[in-house]
Design a protein around this ligand. Structure first.
Ligand SMILES: Nc1ncnc2c1ncn2[C@@H]1O[C@H](COP(=O)(O)OP(=O)(O)O)[C@@H](O)[C@H]1O
Ligand SMILES: [Mg+2]
Length: 241
């Protein structure tokens, strides 16, 4: 196998091969691709399977001063019913990347505290889902991205992709970055974020044929997050099989 193809042959991961802390990074090819929707559905599905599941967002920007039911950290907590944390560990109001928002707001971003907090949570749960901010390499701080968080947590990643024209390239780039970082891939889920375009039906197969990633599932457009649960069954199997 040459180097190029090695990069596109990720190591599959499940709960047994995963990591000692049982954290899973929910990452994406972009912002607005369905990470939170998938994380909520998956968290609930894991809870319903009898696994103690916590879902956490280390840092969230673009939130109101007062916590609102629509922000990611709050939605994640509501999906599991957890009483801690009930919102992102660090909240910022500017709707830009966290370190940019933090600079504007004069806030220090406590990456080490996030790692410690997630480690504590993983001792209290069977699985902790960790949603990044933006895409896989989007900065969480000036020093660290979701890639660095996953490496510190020794967490595999579930990659969420917006199912639309252009997503094949974004997916292959992200898979290559995951492989380069040595982060096992749980699988890929293509989420129907918007209007279906001509590529919608073929994207999953195109990614499969271009990357040799076998674990690819699709989430159709759902009108309520709870309707995502049956479609997330393959992801549940990848994690627990
Ligand atoms: N499969 C889907 N069906 C319906 N709406 C979706 C789907 N995937 C994503 N969305 C919607 O797209 C928007 C962005 O999704 P979200 O989960 O917030 O993305 P991210 O967390 O990656 O920023 C939300 O309004 C979400 O409900
Ligand atoms: Mg989100």
């Amino acid at each position: 196998m040459n180097r190029e193809s090695e990069r596109n042959h990720p190591t599959p991961a499940n709960i047994t091969t995963m990591n000692k802390r049982n954290a899973i990074l929910i990452t994406g090819t972009d912002t607005g691709v369905g990470k939170t929707l998938v994380a909520r559905g998956l968290a609930r599905a894991l809870c319903e399977k009898g696994l103690k599941t916590l879902a956490v967002k280390p840092v969230e920007s673009g939130v109101a001063l007062e916590s609102s039911p629509n922000e990611d950290g709050v939605l994640l907590a509501a999906a599991t019913g957890q009483d801690h944390p009930t919102q992102a560990l660090t909240r910022l109001t500017c709707p830009v990347a966290p370190p940019v928002a933090a600079d504007r707001e004069g806030v220090e971003l406590p990456f080490e505290d996030w790692v410690r907090e997630i480690e504590v949570l993983s001792n209290q749960a069977d699985i902790v889902l960790v949603e990044g901010a933006g895409g896989f390499l989007s900065p969480l701080t000036w020093e660290a991205s979701a890639r660095d968080l996953a490496k510190r947590l020794e967490a595999p990643a579930l990659l969420v992709v917006g199912n639309r024209l252009g997503c094949v390239n974004h997916t292959l780039l992200t898979v290559e970055a995951l492989n380069r970082a040595g982060i096992p891939l749980v699988g890929i889920i293509l989420s129907a974020v918007g209007e279906e375009d001509e590529s919608f039906e073929t994207n999953a197969d195109t990614i499969r044929r271009s990357s040799s990633v076998e674990r690819i599932a699709s989430l159709p457009h759902v009108t309520d997050w709870r309707a995502s649960l049956p479609h997330l069954k393959p992801v549940l199997d990848w994690i627990t099989e």
